[in-house]
Design a protein around this ligand. Structure first.
Ligand code: HEC
Length: 180
């Protein structure tokens, strides 16, 4: 019909409807839903007609994360020097960010606003029994969260040995790049 025009109230819906239909049609475009095989499902195209395939030859098993492995005595450091080296390494990974390289409590995380831990050189912590420090590592205390899941018992003892060495050395005596 020439000259006939849509009333304005109908104009918008008339334009919107095809657009909406187009968008709705995109939903099942074949990318969102793709074929997959679940474990134990039959899969004609694969060897043994099974979706679950044995690992390729020469695959090397990855050891379970430290926390899930039973602590083996062979993994324990043998000498005092090894114990300290292990403790220093673990301390640098897990404790230094808050407690600082020298154990004074001024780590990077603290300088960015985390509650400051007490100095490991305080008279109280120098006198604290090993069991207390081992418990704090495993179970956490106050704002410090527990490390029991990430630091296995042998490493807790190595860290403790390193803390004792730090305490003997005194504040800010720890060498290395991180010392401030
Ligand atoms: C995210 C920061 C942070 C990390 C990482 C951290 N600590 Fe702490 N630590 C704290 C804070 C904060 C306190 C003070 C907790 C409180 O009593 O409120 C504390 C307290 C302590 C204390 C003193 C407990 C007491 O009796 O006052 C010891 C010992 C300690 N931490 C050891 C460690 C060791 C060892 C590690 C590494 C395995 C570690 N911390 C990792 C923040 C941290």
């Amino acid at each position: 019909m020439r000259g006939a025009s849509l009333p304005p109230a109908l104009l918008l819906p008339t334009l919107l409807l095809p657009a909406l239909l187009l968008v709705a049609a995109c939903r099942d475009d074949g990318l969102a839903r793709q074929p997959k095989a679940t474990a134990y499902e039959a899969a004609e195209a694969l060897p043994r007609q099974a979706a679950a395939q044995p690992p390729p030859a020469h695959t090397v098993a990855r050891p379970a994360p430290a926390g899930l492995r039973p602590a083996s005595p062979a993994a324990a450091p043998r000498s005092g020097a090894e114990l300290l080296a292990r403790g220093r390494e673990r301390f640098a990974i897990f404790c230094l960010p808050c407690h600082g390289a020298d154990g004074g409590g001024g780590g990077e995380v603290v300088r960015r606003g985390f509650p400051a831990p007490p100095s490991l050189h305080s008279a109280r912590l120098r006198a604290a029994p090993a069991a207390h420090i081992l418990r704090v590592i495993a179970e956490g205390q106050g704002a410090m969260y527990p490390y029991g899941a990430r630091v296995p018992p042998a490493d807790r003892r190595a860290i403790l040995a390193y803390i004792r060495a730090l305490q003997l050395a005194g504040p800010a005596a720890a060498g290395g790049e991180e010392a401030r």
